[in-house]
Each structure stands twice: as structure tokens, then as C-alpha cells.
Design a protein around this ligand. Structure first.
Ligand code: ATP
Ligand code: MG
Length: 308
């Protein structure tokens, strides 16, 4: 498959119901969505003008890997994943660009929360800790070094899911309970922490430290179950560090958007609109994502996209 870049989609005969920063959502029927990952990339909540070749395919195949694996590791987990196959109604001419970057999922009411779990102190959490000795207002013991694991184990730090153009806001567990109700808030926290721990243990054996990640959940109103939705444990939604180079006391090299974020910061383009990434940033980001994919799935990227 050639390294094409797909930053917008339309499918004949299938209504598009939403466009996220990365994904386009199509209605298959009242209970099913086709979840199409484009090659768009966002950083600091701004979408870049150009995309990263095959990134959408990588995100879809990596999420599918986790959606198949996680229910074997986390008791009573339900996910929205249905299949990587395309609905039979999609015309032949449209199938090749959608194949492997699309998954069919259960259409659910998504809770307006980002269920963030942090295992290691870095990024905005490190900045807050240096300022106030807290992370997300939770007191943290003194003396932690940058990128050290939290001594009390992973912490749950929810945020709101902002509307387009707005930034997500950190909220307390109490505020999360006010937004979704205490019963669902508790289940979301429990699932997020259990998912993080299972994924962390799986990934570290394969050479990757999952420093932090974001999950989203939806509600199956027929069964009252909290269901794992969206993408899961990808370099878009997580910080992945190479385990063999891990060292506390400084920032880590990473297999995720950090490469792009560093370039934006260096160029003074952080948060600016209409930014096109230069070729080396595109290539560097693509290479990082592929390394993460290969380590986590044990599959060679070229073989994965040829469907072997
Ligand atoms: P970001 O992930 O960077 O915050 P985004 O929220 O715009 O950006 P995308 O990944 O581009 O996200 O789009 C996916 C959208 O689909 C999100 O709004 C997500 O909440 C929603 N979604 C995920 N799973 C489901 C589902 N099973 N049913 C309905 N909507 C879903
Ligand atoms: Mg998303």
C-alpha cells in the first residue's frame, strides 16, 4: 500500500454524523457507527494543515489490537468494538481507502469526560507538582523527580471533554460525579485504573512504558453498562516511552506526539492555526508511531498494512 495521506473523507450513501479532530463518524444504522480514522494530527488542540501518512490506519489497527486483548485482562470489560470489516453496503470503489482505517462500533452516548490515568509524573502534572506539591490538586509526597512513577500507584485525573475549539478543563472527582452522576463516575474511575494497570504491565514487557493515557466511556442505555469507546492506548491518546532508555530526572524521548509538540514549541507555533509540518517532522512522527505499533502488537508494520 502506498503511503497516501488522507485528511478528509466522504462515503457515498453513508451519512457522516460527526467530524472529530482525527476521526470521521458515519451512521451504519441506529445502533452502529463506522469509525474512520483519517491521517489528521492535532497538537495543543489544533489540527495541522497536513497529515501523517497512514496514521489513521495505524491508530485503527492498534486500537483493534487492544480492543481484542483488554477484555482478556480486565474482568467485566465491555468495549464498543464490533469489527474491522466494512459494511457490505459500501460500494466497491470506496472500499480500498476505508479498509484498515475503519472499524464498526456500537453507537453509544459518550460520557463528557476524559478519563485520564497517570502512572508517571511528567508534562503538565510535573509543572503543577513543582509549583504546588500537588498533581491535579491531589497532594503528592515531596522529593519526586521528573518522570518518576507515582509512589502511591497510578492516579486518576479526569477532565471535561470540551466542545470543538475549546480546551479540556481538569476537574476533581467530585466535579466528575456531578457531571455524570456518582454511580457512573465511580465505575469509570475503576475501569480506567484497571485498564491502565493491565496495559502498563503488558506494554512494559514489550519495551514500552505507558506514562499516561486517556480513555473515553459510553453508556449502553439498554443494559446500563459503562462501555470502553473511542480509540484506546494509541500514541495519540497516550505518552509512550522506550523502557530501555528510561531514566528519572529529565524528560524522556517518546513514541508519540511529543516529537511534534517539541517542534511547535521550538518554532513558537504552539496553539497557532494554519500550521503545516515540514517533511522531517512528518517523517519523524510517522517513524515514532510505527515503532510503538510494532513493539505493542509484535507485528511488523509493513505486514500489518498488507493484511498478513
Ligand atoms: P481528541 O481525541 O483529540 O480529543 P476528538 O474528541 O475530536 O479529538 P476524534 O477521535 O477525532 O476525537 O473523534 C472521535 C469522536 O467520536 C469523539 O468525539 C468521541 O467521543 C466519539 N465517539 C467515540 N466512540 C463513540 C461511540 N461508540 N459512539 C458515539 N461516539 C463515539
Ligand atoms: Mg479522540
Amino acid at each position: 500500500m502506498a503511503d497516501t495521506v488522507l485528511t478528509s473523507t466522504s462515503i457515498e450513501g453513508l451519512p457522516k454524523i460527526a467530524e472529530g479532530k482525527v476521526r470521521d463518524l458515519y451512521e451504519v444504522d441506529s445502533k452502529t457507527l463506522l469509525f474512520v480514522a483519517t491521517d489528521r494530527i492535532s497538537a495543543y488542540d489544533v489540527i495541522m494543515d497536513n497529515g501523517v501518512p497512514s496514521k489513521g490506519t495505524l491508530l485503527t489497527l492498534l486500537s483493534a489490537h487492544w480492543f481484542k486483548l483488554l477484555p482478556t485482562l480486565v474482568p467485566d470489560l465491555r468495549t464498543h468494538f464490533l469489527s474491522l470489516s466494512l459494511p457490505s453496503t459500501i460500494p466497491e470503489s470506496q472500499r480500498s481507502f476505508l479498509q484498515s482505517r475503519s472499524m464498526q462500533v456500537c453507537r453509544l452516548k459518550v460520557f463528557p469526560l476524559e478519563a485520564i490515568v497517570r502512572g508517571y509524573i511528567t508534562g503538565s502534572a510535573w509543572k503543577e507538582y513543582q509549583r504546588s506539591g500537588t498533581v491535579h490538586t491531589i497532594p503528592i509526597p515531596p522529593g519526586l523527580k521528573e518522570c518518576e512513577a507515582f509512589p502511591q500507584g497510578p492516579i486518576y485525573t479526569p477532565s471535561t471533554k470540551a466542545e470543538a475549539g475549546q480546551n479540556d478543563q481538569n476537574i476533581s472527582k467530585g466535579e466528575a460525579a456531578e457531571i455524570v452522576g456518582p454511580k457512573y463516575a465511580q465505575r469509570i474511575e475503576e475501569l480506567a485504573l484497571n485498564l491502565y494497570k493491565a496495559a502498563r504491565d503488558y506494554a512494559v514487557e514489550r519495551g514500552i512504558i505507558i506514562a499516561d493515557t486517556k480513555f473515553e466511556f459510553g453508556l449502553d442505555e439498554d443494559t446500563d453498562e459503562v462501555v470502553l469507546v473511542d480509540e484506546v492506548l494509541t500514541p495519540d491518546s497516550s505518552r509512550f516511552w522506550p523502557a530501555d532508555e528510561y531514566e528519572v530526572g529529565h524528560d524522556q524521548k517518546s513514541y508519540d506526539k511529543q516529537y511534534l509538540r517539541n517542534w511547535l514549541t521550538k518554532e513558537g507555533l504552539k496553539g497557532k492555526q494554519n500550521v503545516a509540518m515540514p517533511e522531517d517532522v512528518v517523517k519523524g512522527t510517522a517513524a515514532k508511531y510505527r515503532e510503538a505499533f510494532e513493539k505493542l502488537t509484535g507485528q511488523k508494520w509493513v505486514e500489518a498494512i498488507e493484511g498478513k
